[in-house]
Each structure stands twice: as structure tokens, then as C-alpha cells.
Write a protein that binds this ligand. Structure first.
Ligand SMILES: Nc1ncnc2c1ncn2[C@@H]1O[C@H](COP(=O)(O)OP(=O)(O)OP(=O)(O)O)[C@@H](O)[C@H]1O
Length: 675
């Protein structure tokens, strides 16, 4: 078996690491099936899977080989006709595999095989997510605070009234903005009359009686209500569904309750990357100014977010952090934004470093690409938790919001269900937005709808089938999109304005290599910009060169994914300028930069946590395993106002049909409260 694995390595079909682990295993146990599973577990980890499902051994292609090649390996490993029971016994009799009770390189937990370390991470994360009990609180006091924080905004409702006499449009408008759920119970004639005849926002207050709170289901308020009693709240929602708005109000509620009890909570906001934390800082700033609370409460909500690595304290060249279970952080409430980007090991380190009493709020979009490294923690939590609230939680939520949640409750509910809330409604994209419509269809996997959506008259999206003509068009769009920041440099505008102008446009692609990958596109865009005399055609470093950091450099405060621009200082010397999460600028000589690359084009993976007013996405001409529904959805939702998609329609459709499934036992552990 080890010879066959070695051959795969020599043919470049598995990673050196996979072969090394199989060889290490082989030194301790020659049993062919044990050596095979060692190589397979390592290989699966490389593909983002946390474990190897035993049935994969029987049915699927192994190492993505052909079925014939896979069957040959099965024969070599003697697992061909072997029933599952004997296979499990045979694996467990190996000195390198245990059920987790002893420390062995691999663990067989039920029908899942893990590397010991990842099995431990998974068990620990599940334990930490389930720990802590529901707090009993003064629900009346909390309700009063929540009602104030989530009060109706009649000024906005008044100012944005549709200019129409169409009763259906007006009714839809009220339903959306007042979160009306029980539509049949409402006197619509009276409501519409009130809406259309109002001369001032204050005239709309009669809607308080016509549409009482028990008819309205505001999921944002529901999410905040959960935090009143739960030690952990997970809030998932697509772009613009109000995660930041909700978490800001939720924090205001917790701070106000704390102050009423004479406690000042210590709150921290973090995100996995510098870019994502900068964006959180920016949007929290906006949401803070809109809060209905006292100044004392507002002042205690942090307006700055940082990175998880910084919070935990990186120790140079070591995988562990300064803060851990034996040296925990001092904080009462932790908000983690863009939680979909957090991989399992990092989530474990983070949860381990929190004291028992810390309340955790995880925010993210479960439909986005999973973390680059192994696991899909947020996705697993969300799918474990989506079955409906417990009856007790439904009762608590009714007391806190006024809405009857019986229809959302079940007696089969698990504890994790009471800690999860999905926000559905986007407040950013309106009904006329192509971006929102497209993102929803992609998410549903509704590939057939996609061509129709592009044929409708949405002004914010366009699909360009890929041919030589459209490739030229792609280049022209890039020249158009990047000209403003290059002109801003020529006009000697200040550095922040130049950086902001650069961030208004971005080209995203799926792959690194090839004509439609980062490398090919970066070269072509540079040539196209040089032809317009916007940048020089020669030389590695030039004014305007955008660079993407590709490796964390904690000593410099720069992280994988950070983007800087090369700009001349007042002596004409080129420096790369980065805007840090706190808004300050960092200047570095090109020679001091950690690993980096040019970034006119970047991968969708690297764009996670960022948004651009105008996003262009180019998909390759051939199908590859990297092209998935999550990748297309993540790319689309980076666009704030305009999306140009360059893709062969059949590739787009195939990609949307390819949904990522990462093997993991976290969901089952959360449901079954295992280990
Ligand atoms: N309930 C609401 N009513 C009206 N407007 C809202 C509501 N919730 C959010 N918004 C507005 O929608 C926009 C997006 O909200 P927010 O930034 O909180 O969403 P988000 O989910 O955090 O978005 P992203 O994931 O893209 O950062 C903001 O302009 C915000 O003011």
C-alpha cells in the first residue's frame, strides 16, 4: 500500500504531506487499510474536510482518482468486500487509531476518522458552543429597552413613501418596513389611508394602533432578544440584512442592563482579517449614531474593531497564542464578525481563551465560502440550529417582542436552536436590485432562473458571455474602473482619497493561474493601463501599483488579505501605504513588505470581508472543482451597486449547481451534545 501511495505522491496527485503521514503511519502499522486511511485523512484535510467519512472509503473516488484507480486501491487495502463492522474493528485494533480515549495519531469517532488534533478541536468547539445556561432576567425591563431601541422609524417611513396610488405597492411597502407577519389581521384600507394622507411623520403614529407589535415579526429584534438570556448568539444573514445594526442595538441593550445593575461590561469587537475589522469599525460607527439610548450607554460600546489574532496575542513563529485557557482574556462580551471565515482551529483557540462568563455573539453569512483552512464552523452551527426554538424560548421571545413564536417552536428542539437567528430581509438591495435578486437565486441553487434574471431590465447587473470581444470589454471596464484612483495620484490628491478611490472598483476571479486567473489578468490590466499612460509599462515598483499581502506579518501589523497602494512620499520615494483598521495610515518601503502580489485582480477567496461599489467577476472557461455556488454567491455579494459578470453561461450554471459539502462532525455533536 505504501508503494502505491508513494507513486501517487511522485505523480503529483497527492501532497508530500499526505505521503509523509502515510509513511509515518506505515512505520507503526503495516496494515494496508490503516496506511490508506492515513493518506486519505491528510488529503481530505487539505481539501478543507475535518474528517474522513467511512462510507467515502467504499463508494467515492479516492484522492479524486478515477473509479478504476480507486477500486484498485480498495483491493490493495483489502476493504473491497469488507463489511463496515469488521472494517471498524480492524481500524480500532491498530496502534495508531483509537476511539479518542487514548492519544493516538488518528481517532475513529463513530463512522468518522480524524487526525487526533482536529478531533480534539471539534469536540472542544462543540463543548464551548453549548456551555453556559440560559440566564433568568427581568424580561419586562429588557422589553422596555428593546422596544425603545427597535422603535419604528416613522420619519424614514414617511420620507420613502412610494409615490403611487397602487394599494398593493403601498401594502407591500408597509409589510416590508414594519415587518408585518400577520397580514390578514390588518385593516389595510385604514393603514393605507393613514400612510397616504400623512402630512408629517408624526401623523403616522396612528399606525401604532392599527398595526400592533403582536402582528409584527422583527427578526433583528428577535436576535437581540436572544442575547438577553443566552450566553451565545449566532446571527447569520446575507449582505445588508442588518447584522451590524442588530448587534449595535443588542450591545446597547446589554450595556444598559449592565449599567442598571451597576456593572460596566467590557466589550470587544473582532473579525478574522484586518480588512473585515476595518469594515466592521466603519459600519458600527454608522449604526452607533442611530441608537435610541443614553450617551453613557453609547460611550461604552466600542467603535473600533480589531483582528482575532491581535486579540489573542500572536507569539512569533509559534502556532499558539498568548491568551489561552490558562491565561484567559478579560472581557464580558465578544462580537465576532465574518465568522464564516474562521476555521476550526482558530475558533477553538478563541473560545478557549474566553472566561466562562463571556457572552459570545457570532455574526456572519452562512452561505458564503467556508474558511480557507479546514472546517465550516459557522455553516455547521447554522445547520445544526435551524430546526426551531424550544417552547421555553418561544415563550421568552414572545415576552420580549410581543410576537407569538409558537409556529417557530418545536418540542424536538436542541439547546443550540435557541442560540441561532437567521436574518432574511435585505435593507440594502431593494426589489429593483438585480444584485439582490441574483444573489437569492444563486443561493437557492436556482440555476434555471439565472438567464432570465439577466434578461430582465435590471440596471445594476450584466452578464457578458466570454469571447475575444468581451475579453476586450473586460479590459476596458478595468481601465475605466481603475482610472479614477490613478488620476487622483497624478492630481496629487491626499493618500486616503486615493486609497478610497481604488476601493471603489475591483476585478474578482476564481483562479490564480491562466488567462482568466489573477496572474494573467493582472498582466493584461497592467498593459492596458500602461497603454493609456496611467502607469509605466516597465519596472516592478511604480506609483499606483496595488499590492495584496499574502502572509501574516504580525510584527508589521499586516495580515494576509491587506491591500496597500504604492505612492510617492514628499521626496518622491515610493512607499506602500496601508489604511489600518483604526483609520491610520502605515507607510512601508517596498523592500520591507512581507510576501505580496499585485492586485488589480484578486481571487474571490481573498475578497471575503470586503465590498466594492463596482465589482467585476470573471469565471474561467472550463469547469473546475473550485467553482462552487458559495464562490459565485460570495463574488456577487461583494458588489454594492454594480456587478459585471464575465462567464460562459453554462459554466455559471454548473458552478451554481456545485454546492460545497465539507465533512465534519460538528453539526452532529451540537445536536447530540456529544463529548
Ligand atoms: N430594520 C432596518 N430598517 C431600515 N434600515 C435598516 C434596518 N436594518 C438595517 N438597515 C440599513 O441597511 C443597511 C445595511 O445594514 P447593516 O450594515 O447593519 O447590514 P449588514 O448585514 O451588517 O451588512 P454587511 O454584511 O454587508 O456588512 C444600513 O444602511 C442600515 O442602516
Amino acid at each position: 500500500m505504501i508503494t502505491a501511495i508513494k507513486q501517487l505522491y511522485q505523480q503529483g496527485r497527492i501532497r508530500p504531506l499526505d505521503y509523509q503521514f502515510a509513511r509515518f503511519t506505515h512505520e507503526l502499522d503495516h496494515t494496508p487499510c490503516v496506511v490508506l486511511v492515513a493518506a486519505l485523512i491528510s488529503h481530505e484535510l487539505g481539501r478543507g474536510n475535518l474528517c474522513l467519512e467511512l462510507n467515502h472509503l467504499y463508494h467515492d473516488p479516492l484522492f479524486e482518482l478515477s473509479l478504476a484507480e480507486s477500486n484498485k486501491l480498495r483491493t490493495l487495502a483489502d476493504i473491497d468486500g469488507m463489511a463496515e463492522g469488521p472494517l471498524i474493528s480492524s481500524l480500532l485494533s491498530s496502534p495508531v487509531i483509537s476511539d479518542g480515549e487514548t492519544n493516538t495519531p488518528m481517532v475513529l469517532d463513530g463512522k468518522r476518522l480524524y487526525l487526533y488534533r482536529y478531533w480534539q478541536h471539534e469536540c472542544r468547539v462543540a463543548q464551548q458552543l453549548l456551555k453556559g445556561r440560559t440566564k433568568s432576567e427581568d424580561l419586562q425591563e429588557t422589553r422596555r429597552i428593546l422596544d425603545r431601541l427597535f422603535q419604528r422609524n416613522y420619519v424614514t417611513l414617511f420620507e420613502n413613501r412610494p409615490d403611487t396610488g397602487d394599494a398593493n405597492v403601498l401594502q407591500e411597502y408597509l409589510i416590508k418596513w414594519l415587518d408585518i407577519e400577520l397580514t390578514k389581521a390588518i385593516d389595510w384600507r385604514a393603514c393605507i389611508q393613514t400612510l397616504t394622507s400623512a402630512g408629517l411623520p408624526d401623523d403616522l403614529h396612528s399606525l401604532d394602533q392599527l398595526i400592533p407589535p403582536q402582528y409584527c415579526l422583527n427578526w433583528q429584534k428577535t436576535a437581540a432578544s436572544m442575547a438577553a438570556t443566552q450566553p451565545l448568539v449566532v446571527i447569520s444573514g446575507g449582505p445588508g440584512t442588518g447584522k451590524t445594526t442588530t448587534v449595535t442595538r443588542l450591545l446597547a441593550m446589554l450595556v444598559e442592563k449592565g449599567l442598571n445593575q451597576g456593572k460596566i461590561p467590557d466589550i470587544r469587537l473582532v473579525a478574522p482579517t484586518g480588512k473585515a475589522s476595518a469594515r466592521l469599525t466603519e459600519s458600527i460607527g454608522g449604526a452607533l449614531s442611530d441608537l435610541h439610548c443614553g450617551e453613557d450607554v453609547r460611550d461604552l460600546i466600542p467603535s473600533q474593531a480589531g483582528t482575532i489574532h491581535r486579540l489573542l496575542g500572536v507569539i512569533p513563529n509559534r502556532p499558539e497564542f498568548r491568551h489561552n485557557a490558562s491565561n484567559p482574556l478579560h472581557l464580558d462580551i465578544l462580537v465576532v464578525d465574518e465568522a464564516s471565515m474562521v476555521d476550526l482551529p482558530l475558533m477553538r483557540h478563541l473560545l478557549d481563551a474566553l472566561p466562562d462568563h463571556t457572552q459570545i455573539i457570532l455574526l456572519g453569512d452562512r452561505d458564503q465560502l467556508a474558511s480557507v483552512d479546514a472546517g465550516s464552523v459557522l455553516g455547521d452551527i447554522c445547520s445544526a440550529a435551524e430546526g426551531g426554538f424550544s417552547l421555553e424560548q418561544a415563550d421568552t421571545l414572545e415576552q420580549l417582542t410581543g410576537f407569538n413564536f409558537k409556529g417557530w417552536a418545536t418540542s424536538q428542539s436542541q439547546p443550540i436552536n435557541d442560540r441561532f437567528c437567521q436574518l432574511q430581509k435585505s435593507y440594502r438591495f431593494d426589489a429593483r436590485s438585480g444584485i439582490g435578486t441574483l444573489a437569492k437565486a444563486v443561493n437557492r441553487g436556482d440555476a434555471k432562473q439565472i438567464p432570465h434574471i439577466f434578461q430582465q431590465s435590471f440596471s445594476d447587473i450584466a452578464l457578458h458571455p466570454l469571447d475575444e470581444n468581451s475579453y476586450q470589454q473586460l479590459m476596458s471596464l478595468c481601465v475605466q474602473g481603475y482610472s479614477p484612483y490613478l488620476q487622483a495620484i497624478q492630481n496629487q490628491r491626499d493618500e486616503k482619497s486615493v486609497l478610497h478611490a481604488f476601493n471603489r472598483f475591483r476585478l474578482l476571479c476564481a483562479l490564480r493561474e491562466g488567462r482568466l486567473g489573477v496572474e494573467g489578468l493582472n498582466d493584461r490590466i497592467r498593459q492596458a493601463l500602461a497603454r493609456k499612460n496611467l502607469i509605466p509599462s516597465e519596472g516592478l515598483w511604480y506609483s499606483g501599483r496595488p499590492v495584496l499581502i499574502t502572509r501574516n506579518a504580525h510584527d508589521l501589523g499586516l495580515y494576509n488579505g491587506d491591500i496597500g497602494l504604492t505612492l510617492p512620499d514628499k521626496n518622491g520615494r515610493l512607499k506602500v501605504v496601508f489604511e489600518l483598521p483604526d483609520g491610520s495610515l502605515k507607510h512601508l518601503l517596498p523592500s520591507r513588505l512581507p510576501e505580496h502580489q499585485t492586485v488589480f485582480a484578486m481571487t474571490v477567496h481573498k475578497s471575503q470581508g470586503s465590498e466594492f461599489p463596482h465589482t467585476v467577476m470573471a469565471l474561467p472557461e472550463q469547469m473546475t472543482p473550485i467553482l462552487t455556488r458559495e464562490l459565485v454567491y460570495t463574488g456577487i455579494t461583494r458588489a454594492k451597486s454594480r456587478l459585471d459578470l464575465f462567464a460562459p453561461p453554462q459554466i455559471l450554471i454548473k458552478a451554481i449547481r456545485q454546492k460545497t459539502q465539507r465533512s465534519s462532525g460538528l453539526k452532529d455533536r451540537l445536536i447530540n451534545h456529544a463529548r
